[in-house]
Design a protein around this ligand. Sequence first.
Ligand code: NI
Length: 247
Amino acid sequence: MRRTEKEQFLREILGDEQPPAHLARAVIEEKLRAAILDGRLPSGIALRQQELATLFGVSRMPVREALRQLEAQSLLRVETHKGAVVAPLINEDATDAYALRVLLESEALRQSIPLLTPDDIAMARSYIEQLENETDYAKMGTLNRLFHMTLYSRASNRRLLKLVEDGLNEEERFLRFNLKYMGLGKLSQHDHLELLQMAEAGAVESTVAALAHHLNRGVEAINNYLKSRPAEVAKPASASRKRALAQ
Ligand code: NI
């Protein structure tokens, strides 16, 4: 993609209105976050500090800060030679992504369950209850992530927890826009309750087995959904545009 084409693409998506200097970081961060979350900025596209600074007529500093915040939220990842790139979203490789999650989250459960406190269990239970009453699909994804993270939260290996959280963030982004159409309903609530009861009883290996079942059912639903949805929904950026953006 020629430079001007990319500029034009970013301008269409983000606008080019100059934010007030004292709000620059917050405004740019919010615009980018919204565009990443609703898929207008596809995964893999590189966001360069200078391009964004030029687009918004600001210095590179607020842009750098905004990108750093989005990286901390796992919406961007830094790649060698490309810089900040929009993080991948669950797609054709969902099966691999979930197989990896089963490995990581099983280990997190083994480390965490023996150390869970009654407060942790109460918190996990409150997320299940909130999920039961929630009708906003975006919030359901968040509550699902919080529920799972609570069960893993006492794991001693913090690097493991970071990888686990990346996987859950990726799932949350996916669910935010797709859950409504996936027809999962309240199905997973039964799984969540079972996981909670087993973890509370300290039954580590039963919880691990139930988690594998829960995640495998999740990825099955995702794969069925990805296969069934119309091509234009499946690919928000057209193939040629995606090719152009990759250059
Ligand atoms: Ni779940």
